[in-house]
Design a protein around this ligand. Structure first.
Ligand SMILES: Cc1cc2nc3c(=O)[nH]c(=O)nc-3n(C[C@H](O)[C@H](O)[C@H](O)COP(=O)(O)O)c2cc1C
Ligand SMILES: O=C(O)C(=O)c1ccccc1
Length: 378
């Protein structure tokens, strides 16, 4: 039985083909940023308030017009059918049950329209967003946007940190470059005559620039978030070019290695946008305390990537349901322990960078006890 987010990873590793484990767990190059994301949460401390909580805590959010029952989004991850036969259909049913926003990947193995239908078939009013890699062929990009709009998606998340594909050296070593026979990127099927839904149809485009964002603003009314802006100057440019929000992300350490942990960048990015647009953060969120730290510092919500893949692999819809329940319970518990009645009570004073350092004292010989005069027999 899984009692923590990490337990899902252990269970999934037992089930999955090691090549697919590497695809999910892996990052770019030396995976320094992969490790940095989780480590950054561990370095921050919580400083709770007491005697001011409430019996029930409100975890609802409204993000760019989309309502959700928890401030944890499912960040876009490709290829859900690789780890579970129903793929994204199972994931979205679990997200809907939890009232969490799911961001469908452009590289999903179920078409976005079918994912949306599965969400609607539940009674939940949970919202579906769509992640887009802008294609140099703008007609193709427009067709993809139309598919997302027709599906009823309520926001677009444009990934801008992938001018080239990240160097996943595990995938190279394993020779993992495409979906196995029988699986396709369903959103890419028939975009142009005879297009079969191959992963390699996705053009990672180093020639993209801010004019493409201006262009996208003109072709859709949907809110547009940029995913992968890390430099504060780019955050200011994003606001100037009409972005409605940022998903502060280093792609889980899968694009440029050695960039900072997203949590470390959060204060600078918040300062750059100065409250004009909301910031969602992903990368390394594994605990309720992580969610609280990010929100207390000013994020509007967080996203999770790998945990969803592990939970889906472990137990399909039921697995992802339990993952989201677990995170919700941990978040609720952390709020209670911090004396918060809801997310609105999370303020930066609840989070600290450790100021403690040991006071250097005189060197003491091992085995001696300085309180009794250096081990002298008394
Ligand atoms: C297996 C996998 C597939 C991913 N696919 C996409 C994708 O298709 N589009 C995208 O923008 N990000 C993709 N990402 C990045 C995630 O959206 C997210 O930024 C990252 O996983 C967050 O970090 P975490 O895994 O530590 O939670 C993928 C990540 C993983 C692990
Ligand atoms: O693996 C990824 O991180 C990713 O973004 C992706 C994009 C397209 C196809 C497969 C994966």
């Amino acid at each position: 039985m899984q009692h923590t987010v990490h337990d899902f990873e252990a269970a999934a590793r037992d089930k999955l083909d090691p090549v697919h484990v590497d695809f999910i767990a892996g990052g770019a190059r030396d995976e320094i940023t992969v490790r940095a994301n989780e480590a950054a949460f561990g370095r921050l401390q919580l400083l709770p308030r007491v005697l001011r909580g409430s019996a029930v805590r409100d975890l609802d959010i409204t993000l760019l017009g989309s309502r959700a029952r928890m401030p944890v989004l499912l960040s876009p991850t490709a290829f859900h059918k690789l780890v579970y036969p129903e793929g994204e259909l199972a994931t979205v049913r679990a997200a809907a049950a939890a009232g969490a926003i799911m961001i469908a990947s452009m590289a999903s193995t179920v078409a976005v329209g079918e994912i949306a239908d599965a969400a609607r078939a539940t009674d939940s009013d949970a919202q579906l967003w769509f992640q887009l890699y802008i294609q140099p062929d703008l007609e193709i990009t427009e067709a993809l946007v139309r598919r997302a709009v027709d599906a009823g998606c309520t926001a677009l998340v444009v990934t801008v940190d992938s001018p080239v594909l990240g160097a996943g050296e595990r995938n190279r070593r394993n020779g993992f470059h495409d979906l196995p026979p029988g699986l396709r990127c369903e959103n890419l099927v028939d975009l142009r005559d005879g297009e079969r839904g191959h992963v390699r149809q996705i053009a990672m485009s180093p020639e993209l620039n801010w004019e493409h964002i201006d262009w996208l603003r003109g072709v859709t009314e949907l809110p547009v978030l940029l995913k992968g802006v890390l430099h504060p100057e780019d955050a200011r440019l994003a606001v100037r070019h009409g972005a409605d929000g940022l998903l502060l992300s280093n792609h889980g350490g899968r694009q440029l290695d050695t960039v900072p942990a997203t949590l470390e960048l959060l204060p600078e990015i918040l300062a750059a946008v100065a409250g004009r647009i909301p910031i969602v953060l992903d990368g390394g969120v594994r605990r309720g305390t992580d969610v609280v730290k990010a929100l207390a510092l000013g994020a509007s919500a967080v996203g999770i990537g790998r945990p969803v893949m592990w939970a889906l692999a472990q137990g399909g819809e039921e697995g992802v349901r339990r993952l989201l329940e677990l995170l919700r319970d941990e978040l609720d518990d952390t709020l209670a322990l911090c004396g918060a009645s809801g997310l609105a009570d999370l303020t930066p004073d609840l989070v600290r960078v450790p100021a403690w350092a040991p006071v250097p004292g005189p060197a003491v010989a091992p085995g001696s006890d300085h309180r009794f005069g250096g081990g002298a027999v008394v």
